[in-house]
Write a protein that binds this ligand. Structure first.
Ligand code: DON
Length: 531
């Protein structure tokens, strides 16, 4: 088990010990995160899960959708540019939550323990209270401006005007009552009746457009996982409306054919190749959006001819300026700061990668007072004004414009990898930095043979096409390598905003390893002996 908070990892371990499978543990952990990591864990957000249960591979899309009243120009300011405040703060920024129905749907198909048992650890944390971590105190303090806008939120998270003190016990009675009804009645307890009315009421009060009918009408979707092979491994990741899996697949396949393996580790050529494949992949991302409106998909973007074309445009010893990267000349293409990831493997070898989010820390900042949870601000993942950057600096296209009922494009990349009896489960938080972080952890692990924790710890690089910058964590590049890359035309920025990866794996000899990212909150644990 690896997840962002100790109490959540422990909830998963408790479920595994009591005979639950990987899905039971993942759902219990996700719900515990909704209590102890309120900035990202959620009931008012959405996410994706990729699972292998027995021989079956499946992926569930419980991404938020735009409310029925959403319009493509709803986040434009008077000059036609994006109004960042409108798409980020307050309930107008909220998509229809997917988590309540999503986690239940995942459990219903694959869980083994009764639903009530799986919700119980989270319920207990909210009802009996939990000890506030230093991280949580700092996180609330860091988001004070967002949280104090709404008295409903401040009453819970800024009692007496101050963040809860680290080391003190906090109880969340409204959230506990919500989890109790969720345990007893399933998702309708949160998406219909009095609960749905409470959400509509507080949303309307602050200018939002969420309606009861949006909540009752929300459906998660089972989608075909995105499967591909590279470096002798077989992978299953999330397809659209997540872009992370497509970026990961394109870049892994390209790096293999660019003979990544033959270049020295930590050298300039490898860094150059990373920058060049990412630059092209993120340019392709410009075409992506909800499966119904996307201008390209995993099939067209992983087409061998398209990848061969992309490969042919990469030059040795010269950075391609991002402005020169062609977007999709293929006739076959149709013209037309917070997340949390958890990884679980159980004793039977079942695997779950689950990433869930409110988007930014505490979502839109508004807490539904009767229910005790935050609404997301996922609407900012749409291209508010196509061609302009969003919160993660991602420049996105027409396919991802706002539209009623649409799912906003995500960068999440919950991913499974297999080779014989070995397997790896991973994913990350961190917006557009997710697929680049996941790729580097996989390369460290599968190609360069690092132990799991080392693979996660190593400094990382990032490039996302626009802005045309190769971002490097301190120590990711030696001074000589940096100099060579600059000579080749890369503009380099030292930066510390890579994504945070949580991962587990099963080794060929049957042992398990789990690793949490030292850059962010995270706790990894292995149950020993396994039930
Ligand atoms: O779906 C996405 O790509 C974003 N909403 C993810 C947000 C995220 O990872 C925030 N983490 N720091």
């Amino acid at each position: 088990m690896a997840a962002a908070e100790r109490a959540a990892t422990e909830a998963g371990i408790e479920i595994l010990r009591s005979g639950g499978n990987a899905v039971d543990a993942a759902v219990a952990t996700a719900l515990a995160l909704a209590v102890v990591q309120p900035d990202a864990g959620n009931l008012g957000g959405g996410g994706f899960a990729v699972v292998r249960m027995g021989k079956e591979l499946a992926s569930l899309d419980f991404r938020e959708t735009a409310p029925t009243a959403a319009r493509r120009d709803m986040f434009l300011d008077s000059d036609g540019g994006p109004d960042d405040d409108a798409s980020r703060e307050g309930p107008l920024a909220a998509g229809v939550p997917g988590t309540p129905t999503g986690l239940y749907t995942l459990h219903r198909r694959f869980g083994r323990l009764p639903w009530r048992d799986v919700v119980e650890p989270a319920h207990r944390l909210a009802a009996d209270g939990f000890i506030v971590s230093r991280r949580l105190q700092q996180s609330v303090a860091g988001s004070r401006k967002r949280l104090e806008r709404y008295p409903e939120t401040a009453a819970v998270w800024l009692p007496g005007g101050e963040p809860p003190q680290a080391g003190s016990r906090i109880r969340l009675p409204a959230l506990a009552a919500t989890l109790k009804s969720y345990a007893e009645q399933g998702p309708t307890a949160l998406t219909s009746g009095a609960a749905a009315q409470a959400i509509e009421r507080v949303s309307t009060k602050y200018g939002g457009i969420l309606r009861v009918t949006d909540l009752t009408g929300y459906r998660p979707v089972w989608r075909q996982p995105l499967t591909f092979e590279a470096f002798g491994w077989r992978f299953a990741s999330m397809d659209l409306p997540a872009s992370g899996g497509i970026i990961l697949a394109q870049t892994l396949v390209l790096l293999e054919t660019l003979e990544w393996r033959s270049y020295p580790r930590f050298g300039a050529v490898r860094a150059h190749l990373l920058a060049e494949v990412w630059r092209r992949s993120f340019a392709d991302r410009f075409l992506l959006g909800d499966p119904a409106t996307t201008l390209a998909d995993s099939k067209t973007l992983l087409d061998p001819d398209w990848l061969a074309f992309r490969r042919s445009t990469i030059s040795a010893g010269r950075a391609t300026p991002s402005a020169e990267v062609v977007r999709s000349p293929q006739p076959t293409l149709r013209e037309s700061s917070d997340t949390t990831h958890l990884s679980v493997v159980d004793g039977a070898g079942n695997l779950v990668a689950l990433t869930t989010t409110l988007n930014d820390a505490y979502g839109c900042g508004l807490l539904v007072p009767e229910l005790g949870f935050f609404l997301n601000n996922e609407m900012d993942d749409f291209a508010a004004a196509p061609g302009h950057p969003n919160m993660y600096g991602l420049v996105q296209g027409e396919a991802n414009a706002v539209g009623p009922g649409k799912r906003m494009l995500s960068s999440m990349a919950p991913t499974l990898g297999f080779r014989g009896s070995e397997s790896v489960v991973l994913g990350a938080r961190g917006g557009g930095r997710i697929p680049t972080a996941v790729l580097q952890v996989l390369l460290n692990l599968l190609e360069d043979g690092d132990p799991l924790q080392t693979a996660v710890d190593r400094p990382r690089l990032h490039h996302q096409w626009l802005p045309d910058l190769l971002r490097a964590e301190p120590d990711a590049l030696s001074p000589e390598t940096r100099e060579t890359l600059e000579e080749w035309g890369h503009e380099i920025e030292v930066w510390t905003r890579t994504a945070k990866v949580h991962t587990v794996r099963r080794l060929a000899d049957g042992r398990f390893e789990a690793a949490a990212d030292p850059r962010g909150p995270g706790v990894a644990a292995v149950v020993d002996p396994l039930p």
